[in-house]
Design a protein around this ligand. Structure first.
Ligand code: EPU
Length: 338
């Protein structure tokens, strides 16, 4: 394994922030990953594992070892006439895997098309879009438990999935490296078409004629119309989570904004789109220096080129302050800030 020194991470984070890692390497298999954590020569060096770098904001140089998880491969563990159990390595590109499943008529993740990043990161934040979350099809995952220094398998309950949340963002934060994920996908057509923008884009087609290929195509078109491509404009998707509030908060905001969009979440709680709140605070399309709030979707923060991580963080802190003072709602970042 080649360990590079003073290595620029610009290509390894979709924000395109140019910070340096003191040390950098790419692990191509479990053995290499294990070596980095078990060989005493790497003791005492802070380590951080990245996948596609699509949910990270680096605010400074990293004084340690950045490990790019490059584990590849997928395999069918078992199947019957109803479903298939597939194991995918953490370093596979998520959207390539979605395409493979759609091409093979394995249903369940077509709504998650074009989400940037790698398979290993998907359960960490329980990726979700257009009414589907990975937890819906999740079976289990394997990885290295860094406290116990051993491989561990976790089932669905063990991962404690929540909205853009899991055990890996809480008790296991920094203590677990995902090496592979096992999903159970349906072989029987089972589509989720209720999300408003997806539903309206498919409204002219009779339900029985809708295929997962069509859903993938529409999801890709909707995403491309609203979300900037990190290849051209640095960003990390939604920067904040949609806040979860109780109904009294909805009523309070509705007094001034009867058009407030909101969705029932769990029990007595509701989600308000953070993009709506940010837009109402006047941030949509605003630019300060090299950082901006995207003109087509206020939840996306963009790097117009050359922005430093600290600048991006400052911009998002200012957005948080505006939303807090106007609506008395605390925005929580979805992106990992390092
Ligand atoms: N809205 C505004 N202004 C904006 C953006 C949104 O008023 O600038 C309002 C509109 O009413 C719109 C509603 O918010 O109808 C919802 O917008 P959208 O469908 O774009 O979804 P979102 O809630 O802003 C979430 C996810 C996205 C995911 C979409 C589609 C979070 C934090 N974000 O965004 O996920 O693609 O739903 O399912 O839950 C990501 O996590 O990186 C991500 C892109």
């Amino acid at each position: 394994m080649e360990i590079k020194e003073n290595y620029s991470l610009k290509k390894h984070n979709t924000f395109g922030v140019d910070v340096k890692a003191k040390l950098f390497c790419e692990a191509q298999n479990e053995e290499e990953l294990w070596e980095l954590y078990s060989n005493s020569k790497y003791d005492g060096i802070p380590k951080y594992v990245i996948g596609g770098g699509s949910n990270i904001l680096f605010t400074q140089d990293y004084d340690g070892l950045i490990i790019k998880n490059n584990l590849k491969g997928k395999k069918i563990i078992s199947e019957d006439e109803n479903s298939v159990l597939i194991k995918v390595a953490a370093g596979e590109v998520w959207d390539n895997f979605v395409k493979y499943c759609v091409d093979n008529n394995y249903y369940g993740i077509e709504n998650l098309s074009l989400i940037p990043g790698n398979v290993g990161a998907a359960p960490i934040q329980n990726i979700g879009a257009y009414g589907v979350e990975i937890k819906n099809v999740f079976n289990s995952l394997s990885g290295i438990n860094l406290d116990k220094k051993e491989f561990e398998e976790l089932g669905k309950a063990g991962c404690k999935f929540g909205y853009r949340d899991s055990i890996f963002k809480n008790e296991y934060r920094g203590k677990f490296i995902v090496t592979s994920v096992v999903l159970r996908l349906s072989k029987i057509k089972d589509l989720h078409l209720e999300y408003p923008s997806l539903k309206s884009s498919l409204q002219n087609i009779p339900q029985e004629n809708i295929t997962s290929r069509m859903v993938r195509k529409r999801v890709i078109a909707i995403r491309k119309s609203k979300l900037p491509d990190p290849k051209f404009l640095g960003n990390a998707g939604s920067f904040f989570k949609n806040p979860v509030v109780d109904y009294s908060k909805i009523e309070e905001i509705q007094k001034d904004y009867p058009d407030l969009p909101f969705y029932k979440f769990e029990d007595e709680s509701y989600k308000i789109p953070a993009g709506w709140l940010i837009e109402r605070c006047g941030w949509k399309g605003k630019r300060i220096g090299n950082v901006g709030c995207y003109e087509k979707q206020a939840l996306i923060i963009v790097n117009y080129g050359g922005a430093e991580g600290k600048e991006i963080l400052q911009f998002t802190n200012d957005i948080g302050i505006s939303v807090k003072s106007k609506f008395d709602i605390e925005l929580v970042s979805e992106v990992n800030i390092i």
